[in-house]
Design a protein around this ligand. Structure first.
Ligand SMILES: Nc1ncnc2c1ncn2[C@@H]1O[C@H](COP(=O)(O)OP(=O)(O)OP(=O)(O)O)[C@@H](O)[C@H]1O
Ligand SMILES: [Mg+2]
Length: 220
């Protein structure tokens, strides 16, 4: 379970360009839920997702993931939580373009603390679960947008995280490809993964179990 309590996020605190991106945000996501976070551009969706992913800090409030308070943890403890529990699909894929799909998916395994001997098999399995096994050896820069999105999802799930976070995963895709990507997330959710999807698309949002709307840094 992840639980945000009264979170305030300020960019550039105490500087002239100080900006409060999240104000007093509280949100609980139960294990096995699939939720959508919607809101206008600049509302604070990515900021919220980055805090959930433990890749950004916050000034006030508390964030707990499975009862661990994510505050003042060492970089080592944070990277442990990130690699064991969280799979993040970034807004722009963040893939290494001239690596193959397989090499991209193997990357998180190289960073994991417990080195697994069968990295290649695990990466192939993750690619298989998004229907991309046959393209494993193709460089990412030769893949379509939908295929890249699948590689990004495979990379996010290769460590078998319980929480999957995705920032606009269908933002750059046509309707048909979006629907296919949503099927991948629904399948992950059927496999008991908790899924949080940031989206502008009402069609994507309504396929989730719950919709959370954020406006000017506040949940409404
Ligand atoms: N590193 C940063 N430094 C300063 N301000 C930032 C930073 N990142 C985001 N912001 C500001 O915080 C606000 C929320 O940004 P965020 O990226 O969370 O919005 P968003 O809802 O994801 O928007 P979009 O739909 O366009 O992706 C925006 O006003 C943005 O300009
Ligand atoms: Mg964003």
């Amino acid at each position: 379970m992840v639980e945000l309590k009264n979170i305030t996020k300020i960019y550039n605190p105490k500087k002239a360009n100080e900006f409060t991106a999240l104000k007093d945000v509280s949100l609980t996501v139960n294990d096995g839920e699939m939720i959508a976070i919607i809101g206008k551009s600049g509302a604070g969706k990515s900021t919220l997702l980055h805090i959930l992913a433990c890749i950004d800090n916050y000034q006030d409030g508390e964030y707990r993931i499975d009862d661990t308070l994510v505050k003042k943890l060492s970089e080592k403890e944070l990277s442990h939580i990130r690699s064991e529990k969280i799979g993040m699909v970034m807004q722009d894929f963040a893939l290494v373009e001239d690596f193959t799909a397989l090499e991209n998916v193997m990357l998180p395994l190289d960073f994991a603390q417990k080195k697994k001997p069968n990295r290649r098999e695990l990466a192939l399995k993750a690619l298989g679960s998004v229907g991309l096994e046959e393209l494993a050896r193709k460089p990412v820069n030769k893949l379509s947008g939908g295929q890249k999105q699948r590689v990004a999802i495979a990379r996010a799930i290769v460590n078998e995280p319980s929480l999957i976070l995705a920032d606009e995963p269908t933002g750059a895709l046509d309707t048909k490809t979006s629907a296919e990507i949503m099927e991948v997330f629904k399948k992950l959710n059927d496999d008991k993964k908790t899924v949080v999807i940031v989206t502008h698309d009402p069609n994507v949002a309504k396929q989730c179990g719950r919709i959370v709307e954020i406006s000017d840094g506040e949940i409404i």
